[in-house]
Design a protein. Structure first.
Length: 480
């Protein structure tokens, strides 16, 4: 949908970048705040980059020049964050490599934990900031962020401390909504999880499996981070931090994709909810007491017609096709032809040949629905959402998201469910999924849909994460 790019779809920003090493913290309470309410204005007008590729490539030979280039790069990137709808990872990708890798470590620290990070760095933050600057559009010139960036760069050779996230690291309206919906205990868990860097998760191809993938990744020596087979999904591998896996032969040969464990589970849940729905809970939160291995994939698969209606670049489409061992057909719908082209390239690399793509027009989905009306065995509606379940991967959401987005999302989700439900064959399954845990976008949407569509009956469903995976909600419904 043409408007969904600006509604912050659930796409990780810092998925591939360096996580912070940690040591035991030397504090345990909420940071103190300055009471001086003076703040810097970001000014007005169109963003003009302060960072020039030609200057950096010729002047970063000396440490002083490199430091200056990093500071200039940060200032331009930070201002652009609040003056342009461009995704942060896209902006980072356009910077020279030496500067990009540094800023990719600095930016998430400030975006994830602005107040607690400032405290540990000795940077004063006026009471109420940065969140009281959002409505005045002054975040682009927030001075504490610039000071923090400079100090983080100065200390990058040192082992950074573990920083305990606090409620002030999140917008007050967001924390209040969490409290109202879930209570203090869940809120404390959400703050601690969503204020920390996310692990790097891989989905092994069914042809190789997670154990063989780990062996392949370590054949040239041990990884610099902890690596383990997932206990949440049967093909998952969880890495505690960043490793440049995209440059490996295993990736080039299609042995794995980078995909969060919760996203992997949603694909498997869509196919076999009775098998993979037991892990879902009635409220969001960390999955800390799951010691048993994930249920194995069924040995025998069906030649189903499966439709992934909001496919994007196709992470779940690829997972669906691989899980079915190439049987049947997976149709990937999306409004972006560019994303679907990326999916086709990924499918070729992975050796998956049972995916077919189709571009749909925003609010004209009925044009493609008519071709497969009442013919699909499984329809997955992984709908656009607020993205609160992926705040640790997309930390800029809490800085840039407009509150009217929260009002529009449930309406969009309900419309997509209603339109695409016509694809489901009698006895078939409709699965609704989002990477958020707001009741207004999860159980409330399902309730309204079922009230309007009595031919569907809810079966398995619930919340998963955040922690150690991202936060998701999914609900399976069967058509009579």
């Amino acid at each position: 949908m043409k408007s969904l790019e600006t509604l912050l779809p659930c796409r990780p920003v810092f998925r591939y970048f360096h996580p912070l090493m940690r040591k035991k913290p030397n504090f345990g309470k909420s940071p103190s705040r300055k009471t001086d309410n003076k703040s810097e204005s970001s000014g007005s007008g169109t963003f003009k980059p302060r960072f020039h590729r030609s200057k950096v490539t010729t002047t970063v030979d000396s440490p002083r020049a490199k430091a200056a280039a990093v500071v200039q790069g940060f200032e331009g990137l930070w201002e652009q964050l609040f003056t342009s709808p461009v995704h942060l990872d896209s902006s980072l990708s356009k910077l020279p490599t030496r500067i990009k890798s540094i800023l990719a470590q600095i930016m998430p620290r400030i975006l994830l934990r602005p107040v607690s990070e400032a405290e540990i760095l000795g940077v004063g933050v006026p009471d109420g900031q940065p969140w009281n600057l959002v409505d005045d559009k002054k975040l682009g010139g927030w001075r504490p962020a610039h000071i923090m960036a400079s100090r983080i760069y100065e200390l990058m050779e040192q082992r950074p401390p573990e920083i305990l996230p606090v409620s002030d690291d999140f917008p007050p309206y967001m924390v209040e909504e969490w409290k109202k919906a879930w209570g203090e205990k869940v809120v404390a868990d959400l703050i601690d999880t969503l204020g920390r860097e996310a692990p790097l998760s891989l989905r092994a191809s069914r042809k190789i499996g997670p154990k063989a993938l780990l062996t392949a990744l370590t054949e040239k020596g041990p990884l610099p981070v902890r690596a383990e087979v997932s206990n949440l999904v049967p093909l998952g591998v969880r890495l505690s931090g960043y490793v440049p896996v995209l440059g490996t032969d295993s990736y080039a040969n299609g042995a794995f994709e980078i995909q969060d464990e919760g996203s992997q589970l949603m694909a498997l849940f869509a196919l076999w909810p009775e098998r993979y729905g037991a892990i879902l809970k009635d409220k969001p939160g960390s999955l800390t007491k799951i010691d048993l291995p994930a249920p194995p994939l069924p040995k025998d698969t069906q030649a189903w017609t499966v439709i992934d209606t909001c496919a994007g670049a196709g992470g779940k489409s690829l997972a669906l096709a691989d899980a079915l061992k190439g049987k049947g057909r997976v149709y990937a719908y999306d409004t972006s032809a560019v994303k679907l082209q990326a999916l086709r390239r990924r499918a070729t690399r992975a050796g998956v040949n049972n995916i077919k793509t189709a571009v749909v027009r925003d609010e004209s989905e009925s044009e493609v629905v008519e071709k497969f009306k009442s013919k699909a065995d499984v329809v997955l509606v992984d709908a656009p959402c607020s993205g609160w379940g992926v705040l640790r991967r997309n930390p800029d959401i809490k800085w840039r998201q407009q509150k009217d987005v929260l009002l529009r999302m449930p309406k969009i989700q309900l419309r997509l469910l209603s339109v695409y439900s016509d694809l489901v064959a009698p006895g078939g399954r409709l699965v609704f999924g989002v990477c958020t845990f707001r009741p207004e976008e999860t159980t409330d949407v399902v309730g309204k849909f079922l009230a309007d569509h009595p031919e569907f009956k809810a079966i398995e469903g619930g919340y998963m994460g955040p922690g150690p995976c991202d936060g998701f909600f999914m609900q399976a419904m069967v058509k009579a």
